[in-house]
Design a protein around this ligand. Structure first.
Ligand SMILES: Cc1ncc(COP(=O)(O)O)c(C=O)c1O
Length: 481
């Protein structure tokens, strides 16, 4: 058993303490005063609680030294993989490095000390940040205004679709209950539409991975509320016919919703507003380098164009001011890049993705060979090592083996269009050296698979936790010891 496999309770020894200080000048007096202070506080906090809910016995806390505690938490932090640990090419999720200056600014006491109930005239600076971010996002996307109410991308999708519904209802167009979603869409798109009470109509992609306009035309009618699109789509391909699609949807009375999760490669180059979109969400925790982290703390502001502007929610922020700390980080990032560099982020992300794609396409199947935007999809290994009596290596095996070499796995088995999908997105924050190392490791894994796929079947071999049974882990997770 390794040191960090032990629970902190197993390290506990009776009487061991974190630190000790010399007795103060009158220890007895001070102790009595301290005891009385805490008892009074406890009486005050617990006063209103029913007796049976109060703790009857001493709290069972581990008794450990300071260094045990430090090692315990440091080791725990190293059992997980983060963007600060290494390259994290998670396609569709844009795991961008979170610059530390964002943290410093968001942690400034002048911001952290704000209270949501403070009188408006004492929080002018915070209001300026919100207005500044609204203006910056409007300039970047071509929308008129943003609401900062939603706390994640999917939350933004739902909010945006509710605005779409409201737009039609206000015009007495209640029959528009269907929304068109391409088959390549992220799962949250149809899910948000369903939660919003809309019926989902799927539009097929063509062999080139783009929305097939001829398949779209017969779907359009007086029952269509709109279309949800991601551009570039989840295959990392720019929907070149977006102008024609926008005209067709608008002509039939529908609206265009833009899933802005993939906005990164378009920064400063193309604006959803100019492509004809009416509503969009922006995933600040992707494009603008704010932290992801287990379902939050996110921010998925929703922007609207002229048509939907009258329906935008007022106040524009939730929980008084939305996820203000996240907004601060995003605003700091935008200001740090400035007008010039904001235009560089997208092309650099695109260059990195194409560099990896071209360097690996002789080892991994590339179903759509065209130039990609910020991400692309392989469909498993060209030579998976399968032979008489030996199963070949799968995409899951490749992903697990990457962990042995210190890289986070790309997104796998998504999008659903390919059985062995491996979706890679490097982002602009990675150096050429890091991309080269990743390419070398991916090639090495392909060679291992061809020679002996069992090496991959058993991976990862070097991580604190090996390969859990995927089904049991999902259906019967053990979340605490
Ligand atoms: C294309 C796309 N749309 C929507 C979402 C949902 O965003 P969130 O995870 O913030 O809810 C994601 C998340 O990965 C995405 O990749």
């Amino acid at each position: 058993m390794k040191y960090y496999d032990k629970l902190i309770f197993e390290l506990s020894r009776p009487g061991r303490i974190g630190y000790s200080l010399p007795d103060s000048f009158d220890a007895a007096k001070t102790d009595a005063a301290t005891d009385e202070h805490f008892s009074a506080k406890r009486r005050c906090i617990c006063g209103a609680a029913p007796q049976q809910l109060l703790r009857q016995s001493k709290l069972d806390l581990p008794e450990v030294s300071e260094v045990d505690v430090v090692r315990h938490y440091t080791n725990l932090s190293q059992m997980n993989f983060g963007v600060d640990t290494g390259f994290y090419p998670l396609g569709s999720c844009t795991m961008k490095y979170n610059p530390k200056i964002n943290e410093e600014i968001a942690n400034h006491p002048l911001f952290t000390g704000l209270h949501p109930l403070q009188p408006a005239e004492t929080v002018k600076g915070a209001q300026e940040v919100i207005d500044g971010l609204d203006k910056a996002l409007a300039a970047i996307t071509g929308m008129k205004h943003f609401t900062f109410l939603p706390c994640a991308g999917a939350h933004g999708e739902l909010t945006g679709l509710m605005l779409m519904r409201e737009y039609h209802m206000a015009r007495g167009d209640a029959a528009r209950t269907k929304v068109i979603v391409p088959d390549s869409a992220h799962g949250t798109n149809p899910a948000s539409a369903a939660v919003c009470g809309l019926e989902i109509v799927e539009v097929k992609s063509g062999a080139d991975g783009l929305v097939d306009v001829e398949s779209l035309k017969p779907l359009l009618g007086s029952d269509i509320a709109g279309i949800m699109m991601t551009n570039p789509n989840t295959l990392g391909l720019f929907e070149r016919q977006i102008g024609e699609i926008a005209k067709l949807v608008h002509d039939c009375g529908g609206l265009l919703y833009y899933d802005g999760a993939n906005m990164n490669p378009l920064l400063g180059k193309v604006r959803p507003g100019d492509m004809g979109f009416d509503i969009m969400q922006m995933n600040l925790h992707k494009t603008f380098s704010t932290p992801h982290g287990g379902g939050g703390p996110g921010s998925g502001p929703v922007g609207v164009g002229e048509r939907v502007l009258p329906y935008l929610r007022i106040p524009q922020t939730s929980g008084f001011h939305g996820n203000f700390g996240v907004m601060l980080r995003a605003y700091a990032y935008i200001l740090m890049l400035g007008k010039q560099n904001v235009k560089l982020a997208g092309p650099l992300a695109v260059l990195g993705a194409n560099y990896i794609k071209e360097s690996l396409k002789d080892c991994y199947k590339l179903p759509i060979p065209s130039v990609c935007k910020h991400e692309f999809v392989f469909d498993g290994l060209i030579n998976d090592g399968a032979r008489e009596g030996k199963a070949g290596a799968t995409t899951l095996d490749v992903a697990k083996r990457l962990l042995d070499y210190g890289f986070h796995a790309p997104t796998i088995y998504f999008p659903l269009l390919f059985h062995q999908a491996i979706m890679i997105e490097p982002t602009e924050t990675e150096s050429l050296e890091t991309l080269d190392e990743f390419i070398a490791v991916m090639r090495k894994i392909a060679a291992e698979a061809a020679e002996d796929p069992d090496i991959l079947h058993g991976a990862p071999h070097n991580t604190p936790i090996g390969r859990p049974d995927e089904t049991t882990a999902a259906r019967n997770p053990i979340l605490k010891a």
